[in-house]
Design a protein around this ligand. Structure first.
Ligand code: CO8
Length: 258
């Protein structure tokens, strides 16, 4: 398996785990960490045996943002020419469902990384925020867009313009956190949710993500068209026949990803 410098990578059954591991910097997202996460997520995404991915950090921090020390000396031209964080778009476009298991700080790029995932499971200790304006900049890994879509303009503006953090309960109430669980149950719950997802048929998971992505990207009529286009081809899979005959026969389906 590939050697990574800033993350731990593990397979638990059909679930791929990526644990951010820069404790000295509260998992701040530097270029190396981006390369590692993108590399690991892409490898899992290409692996048919993996049906879901979990991204997590430590109890203290999911990730406290992009690495401020790495960014501090950069000029405007550096930021444009290097496109230092451009590869995060590769992470955001993995087909396999991704769960963010968030404990502690998910700030700036950390909150933005969680929002690139499909489900955000929050420990009751989680703290979300986009504090970039405190540093004289703005969110740059999708925060102004994904947070606004997730929680609506007024809550997003309250967070982005003040730079304050919100706790897990407020995040769930606002529609950012999918669920909140007690701290000591976070990783177990993430594995359970991931296993449940991984038990489905991969073609249907990919189709569902494609169609739901369209809900964020396009108009209702275009999104409904994408949904119909993604729906019909599933009827040529063995798993559609298996799923529906299992229902009729009152038994659990055995999907083969075919
Ligand atoms: N970058 C680098 N180092 C960090 C970061 C960070 N984002 N966050 C924490 N650290 C380091 C600290 O410097 C400290 O290291 P050291 O001991 O060597 O000084 C260590 O982690 C522990 O941190 P603290 O001592 O500060 O711990 P506290 O418990 O006192 O505070 C906080 C925790 C509140 C999380 C605090 O560390 C903090 O405010 N961190 C910065 C949060 C922040 O501003 N995040 C946004 C960063 S900007 C961003 O994410 C932009 C993303 C878009 C870029 C896209 C460009 C195209």
């Amino acid at each position: 398996m590939t050697e990574y410098k800033t993350i731990l990578v593990e397979r638990r059954g059909r679930v791929g785990w990526i644990t951010l591991n820069r404790p000295e910097a509260l998992n701040a997202l530097n270029s190396q960490l981006m390369a590692d996460v993108v590399g690991a997520a892409t490898a899992f995404d290409e692996d048919e045996e993996i049906g879901a991915i979990v991204v997590t950090g430590s109890e203290r921090a999911f990730a406290a943002g992009a690495d401020v020390k790495e960014m501090e000396p950069k000029s405007t031209l550096d930021m444009i020419m290097d496109d230092q964080f451009g590869d995060w778009s590769l992470f955001a476009s993995v087909r396999t469902p991704v769960i963010a298991a968030v404990s502690g700080f998910a700030l700036g790029g950390g909150c933005e990384l969680a929002m690139m995932c499909d489900i955000i499971l929050a420990a009751d200790s989680a703290k979300f925020g986009q504090p970039e304006l405190n540093l004289g900049v703005i969110p740059g890994m999708g925060g102004t867009q994904r947070l606004t879509r997730a929680v609506g303009y007024y809550k997003a503006a309250d967070l982005v313009l003040t730079g304050r953090t919100m706790d897990a309960e407020e995040a769930e109430r606002s529609g950012l956190a999918s669920r909140v669980v007690p701290q000591d149950e976070l990783l177990g719950e993430a594995q359970r949710v991931a296993e449940l997802i991984a038990s489905k048929s991969l073609p249907s998971l990919f189709a569902a993500k494609t169609a739901m992505d369209a809900a964020l990207e396009t108009t209702l009529s275009e999104g409904l068209r994408v949904e119909r286009l993604a729906f019909a081809p599933l009827f040529s899979t063995l798993d559609q026949k298996e799923g529906m005959s299992a229902f009729r026969e009152k038994r659990a389906p055995r999907f083969q990803n075919r």
